[in-house]
Design a protein around this ligand. Structure first.
Ligand code: IMP
Ligand code: MG
Length: 180
């Protein structure tokens, strides 16, 4: 049987290798642990894309933490926080808590701006953002990311939790793919 992931276009060389991801996740975890020593942390993962990254990241954080998830979808709109819809919200209150928002990738930053606003409205004491990837589309967005894994070119990427039409989330590395 032919291996699905070795067929074109997935035969492309990986943009970020499994080893590079592992090393960077370890560094991010150490940095987050240092900054949050002695604090109770609410880690909020954005489904579905961030679930693989979050699973690895939390195991590199030494601070005591709770895990929460949100699911949002976005649709076309010119507004910076426009047209993001919550499909699945927090199940515990984050009021007065230190929140670490975990994203797979920040592209236009619309989702991130919306989520930051949402968590502020919910009364979080502090919100830090950890994104594995950042696409350098809008330079105003970069300062919103406190912990960043890698900056990537403006191409569609898959793997390590990220999908194209629902596929490729299980790839252990990150690859570019033609969207179309
Ligand atoms: P933004 O609101 O434009 O920043 O995009 C937010 C979400 O779109 C990300 O959290 C991803 O879930 C998804 N996304 C954006 N670019 C990519 C990509 O290249 N590959 C996979 N998902 C992406
Ligand atoms: Mg996402």
């Amino acid at each position: 049987m032919e291996d699905f992931y070795s067929m074109p276009p997935m035969a492309d060389k990986a943009l970020i290798s499994e080893a590079a991801i592992r090393d960077r996740v370890r560094e991010l975890g150490a940095e987050i642990s240092r900054d949050h020593a002695g604090r109770d942390l609410f880690v909020v993962g954005v489904l579905k894309g961030a679930f693989v990254f979050m699973a690895d990241l939390i195991r590199e954080i030494s601070a005591p933490l709770h895990c929460e998830f949100m699911r949002v979808s976005s649709y076309e709109s010119g507004q910076s926080t426009g047209n993001v819809r919550i499909d699945f919200d927090l199940t515990q209150s984050v009021a007065g808590k230190h929140v670490l928002l975990v994203e797979d990738i920040v592209d236009t930053g619309r989702t991130l701006r919306f989520l930051l606003e949402h968590l502020k409205t919910k009364g979080a004491k502090s919100v830090k953002v950890c994104s594995l990837l950042y696409k350098e589309i809008d330079p105003d967005i970069r300062p919103l990311i406190d912990y960043l894994g890698f900056t990537v070119p403006n191409e569609y990427v898959v793997g390590y939790g990220m999908d194209s039409d629902g596929l490729y989330r299980s790839l252990p590395d990150i690859r570019t793919v033609q969207k179309g």
